[in-house]
Design a protein around this ligand. Structure first.
Ligand code: NIG
Ligand code: FE
Length: 407
């Protein structure tokens, strides 16, 4: 399954159903994909590349399925502690927003992070990243946002750098101090916004692998006005912009994402047709997180409406201790098909090429096309449909990153 992109950033509308499947296919690669096509053209491809077929190391994948590595463009895997007790309370009917208003939720994890050592956080995140890799994710985004003060946000962003060194996954990080207002600033949230802009952004902007800034623009968290101040400032440091939008209520977050030219707007449970048109026209990737809608029992985002209106729809895990504790993108495909009404083909494009677009790395990864880096995953299934059809187990047999088998 190539997810052939024809050099484009995205496959929208009906082109999202075209996976560029090649039956009885082959790939020639070193760290980069040199050629891919049907076996019948293999000998010709070798001669035009000036390669003698006997010089190649052959990996026989007969009966198996190869996909581009998943690009999980939205996670919060640098944290400490557990929220299992809050999960149990939610099952008994207490809403997520009530737990948050009591000082639980994100603030529960904040307290654990502030107390944890850097090593403990690296340990948690390394395990999540390794498990993501073993489930077929070759590129992952990691957000800070459980420290909510300079010292602890730096601790989280540095932990992400450490994870990138320890795990063979590719990783970029996102600064998200605007995930919630910490207790010190509860009576003056605007002062926290100023603190983020004046003190935190300048101190974190140069941390390795930091690429984006994200804000939780929603009822009870950050207003559109506050979010704009933070995002405008982040843009000045060369960071790409992301927004957690329309998850709890529609307060104009996705419209702001379009206006500011954000790389992606994520969640989008309450997004209207007019908002989707604005996101589409501004080229903002609409990143849907079906695991979160499932775990929090939110109304599923309207993926069909978004795809039919030509928006760029991506899928990600949102892996985090509060609203979706899973690093398994195969499972996200299943949830997208079963709860968002996406087709298997659409879900695969959304989890690969469009994830890459949401991280601005679509020129390098996200499809099996000549010239892209060789991030590919081998599944022990006869067709790609079986990954979704036979759900709840890990079908991955092998993971290549830059052409090396790393898991
Ligand atoms: O993406 N929406 C905000 N942030 C996370 C949840 C964080 C948490 O509950 O710890 C999310 O769902
Ligand atoms: Fe999130």
């Amino acid at each position: 399954v190539t997810v052939a992109s024809d050099g484009k950033r995205a496959k929208t509308g009906s082109s999202m159903r075209d996976l560029g499947e090649i039956r009885d296919g082959a790939v020639i690669f070193d760290d980069v994909i040199r050629w891919r096509g049907p076996m019948t053209e293999f000998a010709d491809a070798c001669s035009s590349l000036g390669i003698a077929p006997e010089e190649l190391q052959l990996d026989d994948c007969s009966g198996l399925t190869v996909l581009p590595g998943f690009v999980d463009s939205h996670t919060h895997i640098v944290y400490a502690g557990s929220r299992a007790h809050e999960f149990a309370r939610r099952l008994s009917g207490v809403p997520y927003t009530t737990i948050a208003a009591e000082g639980g939720g994100i603030l529960t994890t904040m307290r654990a992070v502030r107390e944890a050592s850097a090593d403990e956080i690296v340990h948690v995140a390394t395990q999540h990243a390794q498990r993501a890799l073993e489930h077929g994710t070759t590129f992952i985004e990691v957000k800070s946002g459980y420290g909510l003060n300079l010292e602890s946000e730096v601790k989280l962003l540095n932990a992400a750098v450490e994870v990138a060194r320890e795990v063979d996954i590719r990783l970029v990080s996102t600064f998200m101090a605007a995930h919630d207002v910490p207790p010190e600033f509860r009576s003056s949230p605007d002062d926290y916004v100023r603190h983020i802009v004046d003190d935190m952004l300048p101190a974190v902007a140069d941390i390795d692998v930091l690429s984006f800034c994200d804000v939780f623009t929603d009822k009870g968290f950050f207003s559109v006005e506050q979010s704009e101040i933070i995002l405008q400032a982040a843009s000045g440091y060369g960071l790409g912009l992301k927004v957690h939008a329309d998850e709890i209520a529609a307060i104009g977050a996705s419209n702001m994402a379009a206006r500011l030219g954000c790389v992606s707007a994520d969640h989008l449970e309450y997004t209207t047709e007019a908002d989707v048109d604005a996101l589409r026209d501004a080229g903002v990737v609409c990143t849907l997180l079906p695991g979160t809608a499932y775990t929090l029992r939110l109304p599923p985002p309207n993926a069909r409406m978004m795809i039919d209106r030509g928006a760029i729809v991506a899928l990600a895990t949102d892996c985090n201790p509060g609203s979706c504790l899973s690093e398994n993108m195969q499972n996200v495909l299943s949830l997208a098909c079963m709860t968002l009404g996406m087709s298997i083909e659409e879900a695969i494009v959304a989890a690969t090429l469009h994830g890459a677009a949401a991280l601005r790395v679509h020129d390098r990864v996200g499809s099996i096309d000549a010239g892209k880096e060789a991030d590919m995953v081998l599944y022990d299934v006869p067709t790609y449909a079986d990954i979704v059809y036979h759900f709840g187990v890990n079908h991955v047999l092998g993971v290549y990153v830059r052409g090396e088998m790393v898991a």
